[in-house]
Design a protein around this ligand. Structure first.
Ligand SMILES: [Zn+2]
Length: 545
């Protein structure tokens, strides 16, 4: 698979990250305190309310110390370009609040696109341009924390460092979330990667801090870049497991489960059910679907099992597959190695409806819409509100857009004051075939619902892949899982063309260009998945994105 590629820059990157190892060793020592000092749901509720009360003052303090007092801060350059002094910012926050101030700043050019933040593109505002690197946003204090990396679905794996203090703050809303869904007394299992994947271990630590003893860690392996790195992550995983056992409520050892062996997870759930327990499985949304499919094949009901699906959008189609075997699902939204944006509402109106962690972050829609002649979309901009966030964000795009709204739902997350809801989170990844940028709205709707309803199959069976053929020609392939069976390929391609040309003039001309260039084709193979098991609707192999 393409994420196995070992780009050269990763070696040097690890070398420069070695100083973080020092922080990681301190992490083991601090872990004892972290795990012993448990948090009850009542404490978590109080902490969120307190954090919300001090939100504006904390934001101003942070911008003062992490931006205005730091001459090298890229955010400071943007603020200066916008002519915004700290006193202006403070006055605006006091009279209009944080979100309105951030929207105003974004209008004045104080934001970073996802590519700028990652150092892929220079920052350009008017006549001024300057480069930034991801290091510019790292936490300045040397804190105990955990080094991990994203699974690199469409981009090079992104290294991330999660301070333990940040995990402690994440525990507050996770506790209220689990309580809102009656999951505190469930029997828990994790199906996620070991290190360098951070998701599994972060969740185990957060659950342990809440006093939850996770029963099983069904593990996935993530490829590493070098032997040294592999040894480091192996050792770290076992030290963490041992610490969890000694100081925490108990910590399962990772047991590797292959993607074709998910019956073991189903067996675990049925055994617990027979013992009168309800189950909760935390995993990526595509994996939840795989487990539900395995149960379906075995003729087993997952009644009483709830999935906490993360890592990719929990779509209606995915939820339906889970519900067909009697299971249920809620969701969680995090990105960038631990920035946890929200947790699933317990009375959702939309499948992926969540409460934004407003005590940790400020999230706004970008006032400058992206459009390709079709309906405009507003990228999300995030701002961190704690000094020990993995990276300092001030109006940073994360590559997603979503609907943000205030709604009364009556669930426990609302009662602590988290009143902002977010749903329909989608990535605005662009196709770049034939040298033209192309944006298509909701690929999940097309590939999980529209095409399967006519041609068979379900979530995870269809995937668009942008790749080069042997002649260096970029082609767009529709990868179709062999299990879909016999297919009228010509008709599928017609449907695909029709769908992709919908919506705008730009899209129509783009699909014509592709058609003339013979860009479209169908490939019968298993769609590409990330190390965590995520299957995205558009796959751009590593190195291209
Ligand atoms: Zn709610």
């Amino acid at each position: 698979m393409s994420f196995l590629a070992r780009p050269r820059e990763n070696y040097s990157q690890f070398g420069s990250d070695l100083k973080k190892v020092k922080g990681t060793l301190a992490f083991i020592t601090s872990l004892r305190e972290f795990l012993r000092d448990r948090i009850t749901v009542e404490q978590a509720q109080e902490e969120i309310k307190r954090a919300l009360d001090s939100r504006e003052e904390r934001f101003l303090e942070l911008v003062h110390t992490q931006v205005y007092e730091l001459p090298t801060s890229p955010y400071l350059r943007l603020l200066k370009l916008a002519g915004c002094e700290f006193s202006d910012l403070r006055a605006h926050v006091h009279s209009h609040g944080i979100e309105k101030t951030l929207e105003r700043l974004a209008e004045e050019g104080v934001y970073l696109t996802s590519d700028e933040f990652k150092g892929k593109k220079e920052v350009r505002r008017g006549n001024c341009s300057f480069p930034v690197t991801p290091k510019d946003f790292e936490c300045r204090d040397s804190l105990p924390g955990l080094l991990a990396q994203s699974s690199g679905t469409t981009n090079l794996p992104l290294r991330s460092f999660t301070p333990l203090d940040w995990l402690a703050v994440r525990t507050f809303s996770t506790g209220v979330f689990l309580s809102a869904h009656n999951l505190l007394t469930s029997c828990h299992a994790m199906y996620d990667a070991i290190l360098p994947g951070g998701g599994g271990i972060n969740n185990l630590l957060i659950y342990a801090k809440l006093g939850i003893r996770t029963d099983r860690w069904f593990a996935r392996k993530i490829p590493v870049n070098s032997r040294l790195e592999g040894m480091y992550h192996y050792l770290m995983t076992y030290l963490l497991v041992a610490s969890g056992k000694w100081y925490g409520p108990g910590f399962p050892e990772p047991k590797f489960v292959g993607v074709n062996d998910l019956r073991r997870i189903v067996h675990w759930a049925t055994k617990k059910k027979r013992a009168g327990k309800t189950c909760c499985i935390t995993t990526a949304a595509s994996n939840a679907v795989r487990i539900a499919r395995a149960a379906g094949k075995m003729g087993v009901s997952l009644d009483g099992t709830k999935f906490v699906a993360s890592g990719e959008p929990l779509t209606e189609s995915k939820r339906e597959v889970i519900e067909r075997v009697g299971g249920s699902a809620t969701t969680r939204y995090a990105y960038g190695g631990g920035l946890n944006v929200g947790h699933g509402c317990a009375n959702p109106f939309y499948t992926d409806e969540m409460h934004v962690n407003q005590h940790m972050l400020a999230v706004i829609p970008h006032p400058r819409p992206l459009s390709n002649g079709g309906p405009a979309i507003y990228p999300l901009l995030a701002t961190t509100l704690y000094p020990f966030a993995p990276r300092v964000h001030l109006n940073v795009e994360n590559g997603d857009y979503a609907t943000l709204e205030e709604r009364e739902c009556g669930c426990a997350l609302e009662r602590v004051g988290l009143t902002l809801h977010v749903h329909h989170i989608r990535s605005y990844e662009k196709f770049a075939s034939e040298g033209m940028n192309y944006f298509y709205g909701d690929l999940f709707e097309l590939l999980e619902k529209d095409i399967p309803s006519e041609f068979g199959g379900g979530p995870g069976d269809y995937q668009l892949v942008e790749e080069e053929d042997g002649n260096g020609q970029t082609r767009l392939s529709l990868v179709v899982h062999p299990r879909v069976g016999e297919l009228d390929e010509a008709r599928v391609l017609v449907r695909l063309r029709e769908a992709l040309s919908k919506g705008s003039r730009g899209n129509r001309s783009m699909t014509r260009v592709w058609e003339n260039a013979g860009t479209f084709r169908i490939k019968r193979q298993v769609p590409y998945a990330s190390g965590r098991g995520k299957i995205l609707p558009l796959h751009i192999p590593v190195g291209k994105a």
